[in-house]
Structures are given as structure tokens and as C-alpha cells.
Design a protein. Structure first.
Length: 286
């Protein structure tokens, strides 16, 4: 068995599994078994592997609760940083995932910032299934909902695909559980997509609710907060620095002008420690 930490990133349920020193991987079967138990159900697993030349602080595999792989998880990255700071006095970290390099910094007041990289707006790289001349306003072919606000979205990738629907009413007034699963798997999204409802509440703030690809409705999604923030700025709804309010709290998002990178800042919290078999998902609390 290996070390497992139950954590949350602004309510996003995270399992950090320390696989350093091993050559095997956390299996999809283990992920599904862990998610099936009420004490270990999660939104993402952050499996931390040995450092390598292009990942000085480790490689991270990200698994969704259905066992599928994810490319990015900002809230989970903050949890990994919080975990590592208990064994080192470092303040800056450099990781790599299947989506590329990932940098993070521990700040004061128990906050952690993650450099999520530059957003991607090219329809082929998000990806979408067909051409979109303007990914700020994409009409959804054969939408499942009659509401006009749920028929057009802004598309972006933060290492994973996002569709952001800007809505005129409070996000809680929409039943995202009714259409989120269908939109996630809409044919327009060949790799599925994170589906978000965003309401602009001021030139510097958004309210957000997200149905995550492979995880379902979550209390917070860091990459979705970044995608919504850059989409709002790109369409002139807000500035480049915004506070994104999610069901479990707020994230600060800064889409920098100098290098086009998106910086996400928020907390991470440790809940309990345990051990887990990465092949089977059998676990115990310590």
C-alpha cells in the first residue's frame, strides 16, 4: 500500500496518492472502487510520481471518479502543493501532467497560486468536432434545452475542454444536472467537455457552477473557473482579473497580459491520511 491523503480544494474532493518510488500506476479500477465508498468518494485523484528532468517536483496523473484520465485540475494541484509543503520548506514547485508543465507557488495566509498556462481558443485544439470561426460564440448543434442561453457557449481549453454558457439569471436557478450529462457527451465535444454556467455579477466577478467531465457536479472546478474568467474577459464582459464565486467559495483568477498565462489562487485543506492499494483501491485510514 501507498500513502493517500484526503484533501479538498475549495470543496473539490481530492485524493492525493503518493506513488513516488514505484513503477506501477493507480488503475481505473482502483479509482472506481475508491469513488464508490462514501468516505473516499472524490472528484479527482492526483497521483504523484517521481521527479524527472522536465518535472523537478514530480509527474502527476489525474484520474476522474469514473476512472478516466484528466489533463488538468487546478484545485487538485493546490492540494499536491499543500501535501508537499509538509515535507519541504520550498515555496515554488514545477510539475508535469499529460497536458504539459504546471507551476505552483505557496503564498502567505495558506493560499496557493497555480500557473495554469495560456488558454487555448483554437477549435481544433480545444477540441471541437467541427470548425468554429469564433469560439467566443459557438452555437450548439441540436441543443437539448429550449432556453436560448443554453444554446450558445464560449469554448476554451485550459489543458482540458470547457464550454461556458453565460446566463442572465443566478446559476442556481438552472438545473444543470438535467442537461449537464447530455451536454458533456454532445457530439460536438469529441473528448467530452466540462460544462459551466456563468453569471457575470460585476466587471470583476463571476458566479459559476460546473458539471465536470468524468466527475459530475462539483463544489468547485479550478480549470473551469479559469476558462470562465478568460471567456468573460475575451467577450468584454469583465476585465482580466476576476473573483470567481463557486458553490464552496471563491478563487482569484488573473489572466496576465505579459505572457498570456492564467494564475489561479485559492486554498487547500487536509482532512485525513490513509493508505491504499493502487491496483485494487483497497484502503485504510491511518
Amino acid at each position: 500500500m501507498v500513502r493517500m491523503e484526503r484533501m479538498n480544494g475549495l470543496g473539490n474532493k481530492i485524493l492525493v496518492i503518493d506513488m513516488r518510488g514505484r513503477t506501477d500506476r493507480v488503475t481505473p479500477e482502483a479509482a472506481i472502487r475508491l469513488d464508490a465508498h462514501p468516505d473516499t468518494e472524490f472528484d479527482q485523484i492526483m497521483a504523484l510520481y517521481d521527479p524527472r528532468e522536465d518535472a523537478p517536483d514530480g509527474w502527476i496523473d489525474i484520474l476522474n471518479s469514473d476512472g478516466s484520465m484528466a489533463q488538468a485540475c487546478g484545485n487538485g494541484t493546490r492540494c499536491v502543493v499543500d501535501y508537499l509543503t509538509r515535507e519541504t520548506d520550498k515555496d515554488r514547485f514545477a510539475f508535469r501532467t499529460i497536458a504539459g508543465a504546471l507551476f505552483a507557488e505557496r503564498l502567505s495566509d495558506r493560499l496557493i497560486s497555480v500557473n495554469m498556462g495560456a488558454p487555448i481558443f483554437d477549435w481544433e485544439k480545444i477540441p471541437l468536432a467541427g470548425p468554429a470561426a469564433d469560439t467566443t460564440h459557438v452555437a450548439l448543434p441540436e441543443p437539448h434545452e429550449a432556453d436560448p442561453a443554453l444554446q450558445r457557449f464560449s469554448a476554451a481549453s485550459m489543458g482540458n475542454p470547457h464550454a461556458v454558457f453565460f446566463v442572465p439569471r443566478a446559476v442556481d436557478s438552472y438545473d444543470i444536472l438535467a442537461f449537464g450529462p447530455r451536454y458533456e457527451r454532445h457530439p460536438l465535444f469529441p473528448e467530452r467537455a466540462n460544462i459551466s454556467l456563468a453569471q457575470v455579477t460585476s466587471p470583476s466577478s463571476l458566479s459559476l457552477k460546473t458539471f465536470e467531465r468524468g466527475a459530475g457536479l462539483t463544489l468547485a472546478c479550478g480549470s473551469a473557473a479559469c476558462a470562465a474568467a478568460v471567456s468573460a474577459a475575451r467577450t468584454g464582459r469583465t476585465g482580466r482579473k476576476v473573483t470567481v464565486y463557486l458553490p464552496a467559495g471563491a478563487l482569484e483568477i488573473d489572466w496576465r497580459e505579459d505572457d498570456d498565462h492564467v494564475i489561479m489562487t485559492g486554498p487547500a485543506e487536509h482532512e485525513w491520511s490513509g493508505r491504499v492499494d493502487p491496483k485494487t483501491g483497497e484502503w485504510c485510514q491511518t
